[in-house]
Design a protein around this ligand. Structure first.
Ligand SMILES: [Mg+2]
Ligand SMILES: [Zn+2]
Length: 399
């Protein structure tokens, strides 16, 4: 369903719900001191739970959330009525993707409305339940995890404050929030122009046509990822990511890795780090970057299963991509890995050659066009699939 082109008459909307305990401070937190985080007293006041209803339109990137005191059938119905009448009044039908909870059914409308109104709402609603154990297929769940990581990761004492914070997060009046939405916005922000969506889905530059059965056809179990240019911003040619300060995670990467994790795929990072041989940074600098990146991922429910890198100069070893040494090191640690059940995702020719020589499926992602190495055209041709970013690749391949 996510592959259907955008249609404002039949809006595809995902909804999910969550809750958060309202917690206030007994003692005011101590101010920040340099080098340490805010000191918060363990003593706190619990003041009930607030429920969060969230809906997102994946193809449009718009998102809307409401905070309620409960999550009864009536609360769900009122939220859905708002979605139909206030968010999508122009749509003939709203296709609503959500989990199969007992409150999530058209029968709940009877708790709040007269039969005539119930029939009107039911006519405008087409419900699609996510399969059991497949709730991650619901894009709203990803939004909720971004919301909790970016907006609700602190004590919020009162429901009014929470309402204010969440609404401002969802309407996007402030800074970019969920990388997932950021990536959608990058394809053409729908808040600035009303018509880029058809262009998005019909972009023929990208070989996405045969991607739908990509994972299943190849029974993919392991995803190998290049690092610089795929996970984090590449430095200009001749410069290297020498420390954590220069490791800028690209939009959508955390969500993409989380999705791969939830799809049960092993995620392995393989990276050429010739800067070590050049004396620009040390192996421990690289280890620190990987440890910090892993911590960022873990904080948002994602993780990388293994990091492998080549510290050598060109032509000095068997582990600098496109040679296969990093793959072999991964297999020592994970003997279940086979190339036939693996995909390599990278932004340079050496990545695609690495995957192809081993017999993996290969996915090319565009890095920053101003920072690409020679051989890009060859890499694009050689790769089985081509996307603009890791997020887009995972977005197309895992749904
Ligand atoms: Mg790269
Ligand atoms: Zn090496």
């Amino acid at each position: 369903m996510y592959h259907a082109p955008y249609d404002s008459q039949f809006s595809l909307v995902c909804m999910d719900e969550s809750n958060k305990q309202l917690v206030g401070e007994v003692h005011a937190p101590l101010p920040l001191a340099p080098g340490s985080s805010q000191i918060i007293d363990h003593e706190n006041v619990r003041d009930g739970v607030a429920d969060i209803f969230l809906e997102v339109e994946p193809l449009h990137g718009r998102c809307h959330a409401e905070i309620t005191e409960q999550r009864t059938r009536k609360d769900w119905t009122m939220f859905v009525k708002g979605v139909l009448d206030e968010c999508y009044p122009q749509a003939k039908k709203v296709r609503l993707v959500m989990d199969n909870l007992n409150t999530h059914s058209a029968a709940s409308h009877y708790e709040a409305f007269e039969p005539e109104e119930v029939r009107r709402l039911a006519r405008r609603l087409e419900i699609h339940y996510t399969p059991k154990h497949g709730s991650w297929l619901n894009v709203a769940e990803i939004e909720l995890s971004a919301l909790s990581g970016q907006c609700l990761n602190r004590r919020i004492p009162a429901i009014e404050l929470m309402r204010k914070e969440v609404v401002s997060w969802a309407t996007g009046s402030e800074q970019p929030k969920c990388h997932h939405r950021l990536a959608l916005h990058n394809r053409g922000c729908p808040h600035q122009t009303e018509t880029p969506l058809s262009e998005i889905t019909s972009d023929t530059r990208y070989k996405v046509t045969d991607s739908q059965s990509f994972w299943s056809r190849s029974s993919v179990q392991t995803v190998f990822l290049d690092r610089d240019g795929v996970l984090n911003e590449k430095m200009p040619e001749g410069s290297f990511v020498s420390d954590w300060v220069h490791f800028h995670i690209l939009p959508g990467v955390v969500e993409a890795i989380g999705r791969l994790n939830r799809a049960g795929l092993r995620v392995i990072v393989v990276s050429n780090q010739r800067g070590i041989a050049l004396g620009l940074y040390s192996t421990s600098d690289v280890e620190i970057i990987h440890r910090n990146f892993q911590a960022v991922l873990r904080a948002q429910g994602a993780h990388v299963d293994g990091f492998y890198y080549c510290p050598h100069e060109k032509h000095q070893c068997n582990c600098r991509k496109p040679l296969s040494g990093l793959f072999e090191r991964a297999v020592i640690e994970f003997p279940e890995i086979t190339a036939r059940n693996s995909v390599m995702i990278g932004d340079s020719l050496s990545d695609i050659e690495f995957g192809q020589r081993l017999g993996m499926l290969t996915v090319f992602v565009d890095g920053d066009p101003t920072r690409q190495k020679p051989g890009i055209e060859a890499a694009q041709k050689l790769a089985n699939l081509h996307f603009r970013s890791l997020f887009e690749a995972v977005d197309h391949l895992t749904v």
